[in-house]
Design a protein around this ligand. Structure first.
Ligand code: PMP
Length: 403
């Protein structure tokens, strides 16, 4: 079959085709309940000023890095930013990557050694799967999402003399909006693996939102010395791009020598580094603390509003007890209808459908931001409640018409 026919056939097999949405700027009359810009830093005037003055300050720096960090792409600016971020996040050292995807796929493709095992939460990000696909680890085994008992069972099963076990979890899960029971996970790994277990925490969504000055979940629990490595990304709360892996110097040196997503790619250029530096300068000074507090007020406001959600099969909150994260998943069997209804009302949310989430777990994902106003949140809640009301009444009418 010609290639074009094969590609066309593969596309027709897709239940839902992906496509780019083109967002006009500035975004007109829509309240953002969708992006990962949790601290609303992407439109923050202070950050913009800081970034522009950083660009000005180093006015004659080359714009492009000119190559991989192993060739021409490494400067004192790169190195001092990298160690400044690691120090701020309480780690012995760190290694910058061009993206979180590169960092996870590079790390998991090369750090687990032949014969080792990787045990991962079933909701772990695609970039970890990508790394595991390329890795020489002998076993890759999932455990049930956030289920420490299941993790213990898996650890007991894969444990072998001389084998390293890597346990991959996220600080805050992007689709379910819940945090990992990290302390229990670390304790379980320490007890069962006795020094051969290595917890790796992906803090992509928790960076900025959790911990002192946004240092993430691991620091907020004081576990930074008990985890093997952490990933922080800059593309979500920090309004930039790129990522850092925090680890010890030996792991850093190994990654520099073996992580192909670092070795064979052009390093971040000066403008990208300058924007990361500006964001971390704000975190260090504590300028984002009020934003973090406002975000948490907004989260409380949404949950308080949704208390009056009637208990019905039409709509429910996936993790009602988790009232401290900016991602709230609203389970519904009509995610597209609800999302469209909210979008038509001026509230940008996204439906998340199968195969991104399992059948029966389809949802509308609501992301809160520091920049959301209380009146936007109340408006969103009221529109959600109206939708549920209309749905319930339609249901009753159709039940009556059966009899
Ligand atoms: N890890 C997680 C948990 C993520 O959600 C993402 C981004 N969706 C990544 C890693 C990849 O980060 P980046 O966007 O910087 O490539």
């Amino acid at each position: 079959m010609p290639l074009s026919d094969q590609l066309q056939t593969a596309l027709t097999r897709r239940r839902q085709l992906s496509f780019f949405r083109t967002l006009t700027l500035p975004r007109p009359n829509t309240a953002d309940f969708s992006s990962n810009d949790f601290l609303s830093l992407s439109t923050n005037a202070e950050l913009r000023t800081e970034f522009l003055s950083e660009l000005q300050f180093a006015g004659d720096f080359p714009l492009g890095s000119g190559g991989s960090r192993l060739l021409d792409g490494n400067t004192p600016y790169t190195e001092s930013l990298e160690s400044r971020i690691a120090t701020f996040l309480g780690a012995p050292c760190g290694l910058l990557f061009n993206s979180g995807f590169d960092a996870n796929s590079g790390f998991f493709s090369c750090i687990p050694q032949p014969g080792d095992a990787v045990v991962y939460d079933e909701l772990i990000h695609a970039s970890v799967h990508e790394g595991m696909r390329l890795s020489r680890a002998a076993e890759k085994v999932k455990f049930l999402h956030n289920d420490v008992e299941d993790l213990c069972r898996v650890l007991q099963r894969v444990k072998q003399p001389g084998r390293n076990i890597f346990v991959a979890v996220e600080g805050l899960y992007s689709m379910d909006g819940d945090t990992a029971p990290l302390r229990k996970i670390v304790e379980a790994v320490e007890n069962i693996c006795q020094g051969t277990g290595h917890v790796v925490v992906d803090e992509a969504h928790s960076t900025g939102c959790f911990g002192p000055n946004g240092r993430g979940l691991t620091v907020s629990l004081g576990l930074e010395k008990r985890v093997f490595a952490r990933l922080h990304t800059f593309g979500k709360s920090l309004a930039s791009n790129g990522a850092i892996i925090l680890c010890d110097p030996l792991v850093r040196e190994y990654l520099i020598n073996y992580a192909r997503t670092l070795i064979f790619t052009t390093a971040l250029g000066f403008p990208a580094l300058a924007s990361v530096k500006a964001a971390f300068a704000m975190l260090e000074r504590g300028d984002t603390v009020p934003l973090q507090e406002k975000l948490h007020d907004n989260i409380t406001c949404l949950h308080d509003g949704l208390k009056s959600l009637p208990s019905s099969g039409r709509l429910s909150i996936l993790n009602p007890k988790q009232r401290d994260t900016p991602i709230v998943a609203l389970l519904t069997d009509k995610p597209r209808d609800l999302a469209k209804w909210l979008q038509d009302g001026g509230y940008m949310v996204r439906p998340i459908v199968h195969p991104t989430v399992p059948k029966g777990k389809e949802r509308v994902r609501v992301c809160l931001h520091s920049g959301n106003t209380i009146s936007e949140i109340r408006g969103l809640v009221s529109r959600i409640l109206t939708w549920v009301d209309v749905e319930l009444r339609t249901e009753q009418v159709s039940e009556q018409s059966i009899f």
